[in-house]
Design a protein around this ligand. Structure first.
Ligand code: ADP
Ligand code: MG
Length: 146
């Protein structure tokens, strides 16, 4: 039973956390998750749940200024990127994106659309969107492996 290639609907941050936790629990070494969606849609909330699912207990926040935060206490290493501030793909090379992508941990990249051309072919896209007709707290989370 795969948790990938599914659409999840949530009605609050706790439910998005739970969805993230479920995906984190079944994450496999070497996977790259691209989190796509507008500011405030829930990418970091999803990541907090995902980290919990990997068994990470320390608090997780968007690495907006540091671009990358590494968590090594879980079942697999988690490389949490927030590439909102990246202007040139070369900046990601300096950070060493390729080594993390090719490594045995799991990469989770907020604002991944900004570095589209650097993502691996088999990236798992987590697309989060609102639908205001369904309420302020509604989110549709589409998970699809490319
Ligand atoms: P992003 O990282 O995408 O910019 P955050 O995860 O930091 O966004 O923030 C999402 C905000 O939306 C939080 O304040 C959260 O409480 C709120 N929220 C409301 N409903 C949901 C939901 N269903 N899923 C996730 N977050 C939600
Ligand atoms: Mg964020």
């Amino acid at each position: 039973m795969s948790v990938i290639n599914k659409v999840y609907e949530t009605n609050g941050p706790e439910e998005t956390m739970r969805t993230g936790r479920m995906l984190g629990e079944s994450a496999a070494p070497g996977q790259v998750y691209a989190l796509v969606g507008d500011l405030g849609v829930g990418k970091t909330v999803f990541t907090k749940g995902f980290a919990e699912g990997l068994g990470i207990e320390e608090p997780v926040n968007s690495p907006t200024f540091t671009i990358l935060q590494i968590y090594e206490e879980g079942r697999l290493p988690l490389y949490h990127f927030d590439v909102y501030r990246i202007e040139e793909p070369e900046e990601m090379e300096e950070i060493g994106l390729d080594e993390y992508i090719d490594g045995d941990g799991v990469c989770l990249i907020e604002w991944a659309g900004r570095i589209e051309e650097l993502l691996p072919e088999d990236v798992i896209v987590v697309f989060i969107e609102k639908d205001l007709e369904k309420g302020l707290d509604y989110r549709r989370i589409t998970v699809r492996q490319r």
